[in-house]
Write a protein that binds this ligand. Structure first.
Ligand SMILES: Nc1nc2c(ncn2[C@@H]2O[C@H](COP(=O)(O)OP(=O)(O)O)[C@@H](O)[C@H]2O)c(=O)[nH]1
Ligand SMILES: [Mg+2]
Length: 297
């Protein structure tokens, strides 16, 4: 059979995590319309007929300003050097910019086979696709371009076939029941962060970390207790997160609880506190405590 690791790379917001979830068939990474949603490297495993594909979802590439974002960029680049295939996710509805080409060339130079998943075709004119594909080829990006829509599930089978063809022969890398390297507890914290990304603007969600203190299944009933801290970096962020009479927080927690219940297939009792840790994104000890390890150290 075929088996291998596929690094899923591309610009922030291109649609990498959405595509990985669609390819794996389960939610392994959270998704939002904001850049910097994915902070960690996340593994999602697909088992198909005669093939196992281990996708490595990565944080997107964007201009870096904090120690956290520096670490995220290093995570993305390191992930792509030691895999069997690079799947470069390109947001087709934005056209092809010089920055896109530069980033593709950079990944192309790693000496690893590469495929371009040209995504979001559901929100753009179809006739732009061949022209863009030709442009990539003319600009020296000499790899197959597969148009897909992760949202609509369009052309994914073709993409899987193209990926499979490029993977080496080998034994499965993971047992068949392993879908992700991240624990349920990790995903619970991520779902909390996803709902904050969806509700609040600008620096607020980017300055939030989630610390899950308790994640426990009760002995009786299909029920989990979740207790977590929402860490933010400024006192005025805390006020905004909580909102007038606690309304904003209450609604966000209700969204999160529903998301957690859907993910676990069980009822969830969620308690959460908002705490301020000044500028945690630039403090190594706090980054470690919140689970953002330095890929170089
Ligand atoms: N219309 C459309 N939107 C998409 C598609 N894939 C992702 N998106 C949206 O693009 C935004 C960024 O997606 P995400 O997967 O978080 O991007 P990432 O930063 O590359 O991981 C989200 O709002 C997604 O819902 C797609 O195939 N079609
Ligand atoms: Mg992502």
């Amino acid at each position: 059979m075929k088996a291998g690791f596929v690094a899923v790379v591309g610009r922030a917001n291109a649609g990498k995590s959405t595509l990985v979830n669609a390819l794996v068939g389960e939610k392994v990474a959270i998704v939002s319309p904001k850049p910097q949603t994915t902070r960690d490297r996340i593994l999602g495993v697909y088992n198909g007929e005669g093939v196992q594909i281990a996708y490595v979802d990565t944080p997107g590439i964007y201009k870096s300003r904090t120690e956290l974002s520096d670490r995220m960029m290093r995570t993305a680049e390191n992930s792509a050097k030691d895999v069997d295939l690079i799947l470069f996710v390109h947001d087709g509805h934005k056209g092809v910019s010089d920055a896109d080409l530069a980033l593709m060339r950079r990944y192309r130079s790693f000496g690893v086979p590469m495929l371009v998943a040209y995504t979001k075709t559901d929100i753009m004119p179809e006739e732009n696709i061949p022209a863009d594909a030709a442009r990539l080829f003319e600009e020296g990006i000499d790899c197959d371009v597969v148009p897909v829509s992760a949202r609509r599930g369009k052309n994914l089978r073709k993409l899987v076939a193209a990926i499979t063809e490029k993977l080496p022969e080998g034994e499965p890398l993971f047992p068949e029941d392993v879908l992700s390297d991240k624990s349920e507890k990790f995903m619970i914290g991520e779902i909390m962060r996803e709902k904050i990304l969806l509700r609040y603007d600008k620096e607020i969600p980017h300055g939030v970390a989630i610390l899950v203190n308790t994640f426990r299944k009760r002995e009786e009933g299909n029920l989990y207790d979740v207790d977590l801290d929402i860490i933010c970096e400024k006192a005025n962020h805390k006020a905004i997160l909580i909102g007038r009479q606690g309304r904003a927080l209450k609604e966000t927690l209700a969204d999160a609880r529903r998301g957690m219940e859907a993910f676990l297939g069980a009822k969830v009792f969620l308690t959460a506190y908002v705490k301020v840790k000044d500028d945690w994104r630039d403090k190594a000890n706090l980054l470690r405590e919140y689970g953002y390890d330095d890929p170089q150290g």
